[in-house]
Design a protein around this ligand. Sequence first.
Ligand code: PHE
Length: 559
Amino acid sequence: MPNKKAVRFSPASIGVSPFLNSVVLYAAVWYMSHSLFNQLLIMLYLEQGSDMREREHWKNRSIFIMAAIGSAIGLGNMWRFPYIAAQNGGGAFLVPYFVALITAGIPLMIIEYGLGIRTQGSANIALGAIKKPLRFIGWFAILSAFTINIYYCMVLGWTWNFLFDMGDLHQWAATAASSKKHFFNDILHISGGPWEFRKIHWQLFSGLFITWLVIWAIIKSGLSGIGKILLFTVPFPVILVLILLVRGLTLDGASTGLNYYLSPNWPQLSNSKVWLAAYGQVFFSLSVGFGTMITYSSFMPRDTELPNSAAITSFSNCCFSFLAGLAIFSVLGYFAVASNTTMQEITQGGPGLAFVVYPAALAKLPIWIKFFGLLFFITLLLLGIDSAFSLLETVSAALSDKFDFTRAKSSTIVAVISFIMGLPFATSAGLYWLDIIDHFVMSYAITFVAIIQCIAVGWILGAKTFTTEVNKNAEIKIGPIFTFMIKFLTPGILTYTMITSLIEEIKTPYEGYPLNSILAIGIGTLSLIALFSLILSCVNTKNDEEREAEVNKILMEAG
Ligand code: PHE
């Protein structure tokens, strides 16, 4: 790989107008860094406490739904979904995925929307309003969002790196082996295991830094700023995916990929790990179980229509996932045929699938290789940005709700801490950490939150109270099916799959990682999330009391 280092992350490698590109990029980064620095100074020296703030609101219901769709549609659809599907038997995965969507995804989306709208608060307040100890679950969800955003932004950081490497895509992606080398060695500088950090690599550091700067600037701009960004980041990637889809479907060999993607592999369905992975993927993809949808809906007035909005969000996300799957697997099929291998063989890359095999497949296209490469990575970036800022907003709004910080202050605190905590992901051991933490948080933490949310609403608040409240403004009424799901079916299935997978997990450590890394990184992260959730839910602030009193008053008045 000749002089790779000099090329990567140089905007010149895009080749359109190198000088202009560099000037624009560096000016933007300089400007945003400068305003970040100013914000830190303001926070240190000037800011005073204030009375409780007026809650911001989305401009209208369409913007709210768009924000929710923006959060849901993300890297989860194009990066995570294909490799999770491949790890869990390929075609086998679609069946549990759809079952999970119906039995858990949509009911939880309704629960989260309902909780946010009725309490006008973040997850800690929304759940705490049902019963005080449930504040803990609220924080557990929020801190899980905080944790996944730390590595989510690193994946966006890789994407920036790839974008700047498009100039010579045809060289580094010429074969599967060279594409693998490009991703693992040239981008990630991967080491032999999770404890071999070596150093922080500056390209990864820069990618991570730019990502945080961008999402911080967006969140700081408030709901009206976010609304404007969404008008671009939601529709645009959908158009780009449609272009990639048409390209994919018209390639020779597309059917090989589609067969692999679409034909169910029934024996796999008896494996509880496959089911847990499907539930985890649905939660990740719909952004439920993290408190994100609670936060987003808390910016809507209390008389907002709900079940239909939840259905629109879930349905859009699910259609997009399906289309993105077609786009990816058709190109992978083309690659399998062109390079004389099987789908099973090429889909083994785990989190590297979208970054190794897909570019290698693009490099085999007859024409417009760089164009489609650029299109793919811009799509990833745009998809991921609005999900990443929804995760930041989840944590930042919760801090504002608890400590009465301004939006600028809490988003700055969260962004700076998350960026620093993301640095291990920019080392040579980053991918291992990402893989282990993602597995444990997604399979266990979020499933746990989902189970308790169902119990909290179904049993403690009472499914009847909840459905009556929701149905007041509903376009589609929810009824006994919803009640049956949240009281029995969803928590039942989730508890069963979680326990059976836990037993298997103890027998065979995830992906063959050394047991000490599983314990320290995976279980360690879960324990830290639990510990900090406990601290945050036990420390009472003035705002906590006022917010809870206010929520109870509103709920009493509403009867
Ligand atoms: N749903 C996003 C995606 O698919 C990820 C996400 C998860 C965003 C949780 C917010 C909350 O990429």
